[in-house]
Design a protein around this ligand. Structure first.
Ligand code: DC
Length: 203
């Protein structure tokens, strides 16, 4: 049976962690759709045209080592504002969502555009300061030399661009369930996401 869980929210809110663990709990496949935009942004930084890059993405492009850097995140946010880039990535995401074993997708427009019929929609948020602190810890642990202030500014700039764009802007779907992870540990956030999903499954 195809059961789809759509997770959206601003940068570094915990979508990826919640999505991965939710998928593991239910035995579903997980797609971090931000990686599609990051891989496209990476190729644009290398000199490729953004639309061309999106149309020709290969599975191995999603495994490039430096996709998580702030520089690639900004490039991803810029290419993500182009309707042709978004269009080029739609079919892959929808096919992933429709797989028979169940799927969890996280991104910015999953509940609103990619999977408006998703069985469960979560909108995961956290305060700017908490998100910046988490992203700083993540980047520092992987050897990146960044400051709290630069990470906070980077997140705010990306969120502003992702929310203001005309094509599939970041926003909660009307029927999304809100999950604010500001005061939650990872375990608590995942447990809450499982509870919200199970409540929907019973309906
Ligand atoms: O989730 P992330 O931070 O890795 O995403 C990087 C950028 O990609 C983000 O700033 C906006 C874009 N993005 C998008 O527009 N739509 C998605 N479904 C996922 C990511």
């Amino acid at each position: 049976m195809a059961f789809t869980i759509a997770i959206d929210g601003p940068a570094a809110a915990g979508k990826g962690t919640v999505g991965r663990q939710l998928a593991a709990h239910f035995g579903y496949a997980h797609l971090d759709t931000g990686l599609l935009y990051r891989a496209t942004g990476r190729r644009m930084l290398d000199g490729a045209g953004a639309v061309e890059a999106a149309l020709n993405l290969k599975p191995e492009d999603l495994k490039a080592p430096d996709l998580r850097t702030p520089e690639v995140g900004q490039a991803a946010s810029r290419v993500a504002a182009l309707p042709e880039v978004r269009q080029a990535l739609i079919d892959f995401q929808r096919a992933f969502a429709a797989r028979s074993g169940g799927a969890v997708l996280d991104g910015r427009d999953i509940g609103t555009v990619i999977c408006p019929e998703a069985d469960v929609k979560l909108y995961v948020t956290a305060s700017d300061e908490v998100r910046a602190a988490r992203r700083l810890a993540e980047l520092s642990s992987t050897g990146h030399d960044v400051t709290y202030e630069s990470v906070l500014a980077d997140l705010r700039q990306r969120d502003a661009r992702d929310s203001a764009r005309a094509a599939a802007p970041l926003k909660p779907a009307d029927d999304a369930l809100l999950l604010d992870t500001s005061k939650l540990t990872i375990e608590e956030a995942v447990r809450r996401a499982i509870e919200l999903t199970e409540a929907r499954m019973k309906k």
